[in-house]
Write a protein that binds this ligand. Structure first.
Ligand SMILES: NC(=O)c1ccc[n+]([C@@H]2O[C@H](COP(=O)([O-])OP(=O)(O)OC[C@H]3O[C@@H](n4cnc5c(N)ncnc54)[C@H](OP(=O)(O)O)[C@@H]3O)[C@@H](O)[C@H]2O)c1
Length: 376
């Protein structure tokens, strides 16, 4: 039985976990609180690979004061030796009487023993299976990576009021305001990678970097390019370690182009001549590279394929108060036509705000989170 106070505390911990998720990857941003008699004695955090787990963080700080209390954690305590000793050992040694966690750790590498069985064998009461969906949502990149073997995909587009991402004549210009662009750089800083189609490199020659942020994180640049057409003098290669630029190609590229690209980038070759219509294979190819969250920045051809595969988990549309008109060449979505309104792909709006003259709309694809926790 979990009390209302404990439920509210767990919700609070999950909110902290969601905010910190981008900082601790590849690990989930576990958060733990030790509570006693309706009072929070302290909150512990995991701060990233190599640092103590949340349970150990708080139990170490509380020492004897944790005795006979309850510990609430956002994820099942670990039972194995990794970079750290098992959290279950720290819990048992601390004299904690009850453990509450919403969801088991789905990582097969750590699933040797059940924390519940281990703790119960030491006379500790264990409560789990509460706020399961909220817990998966808090670290959705981690759960997506393990359950679907691919990164979580956020697509960000800047468009006009009539939904155009560019001019028919291909001329390159920033559609959104400087204020929105700054927010985009903040967004890029929370990502593991940024992805574009090869035409965007050829037409716009973007640097694909994080600018205007102090000590930016490492960002992998990914170019999806079936035939190795990306120009070697593209700005995205400038001052960038070849290990940090991935060019995903097909298997029918001119050998000279591939050899030249190898000095500038990491090539990931997929077993298809053309990658058009293969966005599913493109994202799955990133699984071994510890890329948990990708920002897909266009253009419309690549984006439409991603949407058609239902592989855009989160969509951010920055709409600028201009009309572009012309043909539908650069309409942001020109994928499979929907036959009935009921069958249209739906996004659940989670944020809508004004940024300078622009409107920033953020939606999540309507998909049950339970898909992520199947079998857990
Ligand atoms: N406003 C914005 O937010 C924004 C952002 C980005 C770009 N843009 C605009 O978009 C324009 C380029 O758009 P675009 O649609 O021509 O190009 P794109 O989406 O950047 O690139 C499309 C190309 O990517 C390759 N590709 C590889 N895998 C693919 C897949 N699974 N699905 C689709 N394409 C795949 C294809 O070339 P291969 O067959 O050779 O592989 C395809 O022709 C630029 O001029 C730029 O101004 C606007």
């Amino acid at each position: 039985m979990i009390t209302e106070f404990e439920t509210q505390t767990l919700k609070h911990l999950l909110a902290i976990s969601r905010r910190n998720a981008w900082k601790t990857r590849p690990n989930p941003a576990a958060v733990a609180a030790v509570v006693n008699d309706g009072v929070i004695l302290g909150i512990g955090h995991h701060r990233g690979k190599g640092s103590p787990h949340a349970e150990v963080d708080i139990l170490h700080r509380l020492g004897d004061r944790a005795k006979d209390s309850t510990i609430i954690v956002t994820l099942e305590p670990c039972t194995h030796w990794g970079d750290n000793p098992p959290c279950t050992s720290a819990i048992i040694a601390s004299g904690i009487k009850r453990v509450i966690f919403p969801i088991i750790d789905p990582n097969p590498l750590v699933r040797k023993n059940s924390a519940t069985e281990l703790l119960q064998a030491h006379g500790i009461e264990v409560i789990s299976g509460v706020l399961v969906e909220e817990a998966a949502e808090a670290n959705i990149e981690f759960f997506t990576h393990i359950s679907q073997q691919r990164p979580y995909v956020t697509a960000k587009i800047a468009c006009s009021l009539d939904g155009k991402m560019g001019l028919d004549n291909g001329e390159s210009f920033p559609i959104s305001s400087a204020t929105s662009l700054h927010k985009v750089h903040q967004l890029r800083n929370k990502m593991d990678a940024i992805m574009v189609g090869v035409n965007t490199i050829i037409n716009d020659n973007p640097r694909l970097t994080i600018r205007g942020i102090r000590s930016p994180n490492r960002l992998i640049k990914i170019i999806v390019d079936s035939h190795a057409r990306v120009p070697l003098n593209a700005r995205c290669f400038e001052n960038t370690d070849p290990a940090d630029v991935f060019v995903i190609t097909g298997n029918d590229c001119p050998i000279d182009a591939i050899n030249a690209l190898k000095s500038k980038s990491t090539i990931i070759e997929l077993p298809f001549a053309s990658l058009k219509g293969r966005f599913d294979a493109v994202v799955k190819a990133l699984y071994p590279y510890s890329i948990y969250h990708v920002l897909l920045e266009g253009g419309p051809t690549l984006l439409s394929d991603a949407i058609d595969h239902q592989l855009v988990d989160r969509l951010i549309v920055i709409q600028s108060p201009i009309l572009i008109g012309g043909t539908s060449k650069y309409s942001f979505y020109s994928g499979n036509s929907t036959q009935t309104l009921n069958s249209a792909l739906q996004f659940q709006t989670i944020r809508r705000q004004s940024i300078g003259p622009d409107i920033w709309i953020e939606g999540m694809i309507h998909r049950p989170t339970s898909n992520l926790t199947k079998g857990i």
